[in-house]
Design a protein around this ligand. Sequence first.
Ligand SMILES: Cc1ncc(COP(=O)(O)O)c(C=O)c1O
Length: 362
Amino acid sequence: MKKTITPKPGIMDIELYVGGKAYAKGATNVVKLSSNENPLGPSPAAREAYRDQSDFLAVYPSSDHSDLRKAIADTYGLKADQILCGNGSDEIITFLCQAFAGEGDEVLFTEHGFGMYRICALGAGATPVEVLEDERVTNVDALISGCTENTKLIFVANPNNPTGTFVSLSEIERLADGIPQSTILVLDGAYAEYVDGYDGGASLVESRKNVVMTRTFSKVYGLGGLRIGWGYASVEVIDILTRLRGPFNINRAALAAASAAVLDEGYISYCLADNAKWADFLMNELRKLGFECDDTYANFVLARFANEEEADAVNDVLAENGLIVRQVKGYNLHNCLRITVGKGGDCSRVITVLKMFKEDQA
Ligand SMILES: Cc1ncc(COP(=O)(O)O)c(C=O)c1O
């Protein structure tokens, strides 16, 4: 008889996910620019809907999420029966790996792909496989040639986190055309709203059974604390994933807040305009100071420094001044820091500290 407690193969290979830090020792006026949250918060309508639910806390939430699915479908022009809601889009990613990848199967993503792809692949007993990017941009040819007969899932975040780069829908279409129809291509659209005119890949889901889109309420909708995401896929795939879903995986306050948030399109336009303005400011000012960054298509900027030591020093001086940004060494980006686009005043604070840093160096 076995005497030790042993998890399934792969589980102990999982390195714990390290989220963005939320504190800076000794600093005052601390602002968190480490998790790509919306600095303006959610729509006032979402807050009100959340508060209203306090009268119904004893009552189980909807199990089929029909109101939220309808609100999403109406806003984005999608089919409600092809939407599946999850406890964050992380949960949809988990369902996809659980449903489609197991021992001997490969889950493919790019070298700076979002950390949950590896964790969920290993959690399902599958093998995570990385392909190179092209200067921090998703390389479609590398994904196509990295796809083997064992590849069950391909994850592509577009825009990508933590790089902030984007590939066109026609490139994504070329990827979908270049892989077997039995391989599922997941288009992670956590930041899709930030790209004007991009549908996150919804049109490809309509035309292909093996394409899945995931979306979240954690970014521009400002509801990261409530944990709500959704997936859009063929009815066949939705039917498979639904079998894994707990009946009450989203609480009633989250459902109500998300429904109100997605219907308040005016508020989202306001947040997107504010983000675009301050993202441009951050990129321009970083470059003026001699720090490199790619054009961002999301609500964060990946700043590149001369080397890891300089990135560490900048991280420290920002933290001393109450500005918490994200180190991305776990993504093999040792000389980079990911800075969430905050409120205008906070973006200015970041640049002021970086100017001081440069002056001290001179
Ligand atoms: C690319 C990407 N996908 C998915 C997620 C997960 O989002 P959530 O589980 O909050 O919906 C994130 C969160 O940072 C992300 O950056």
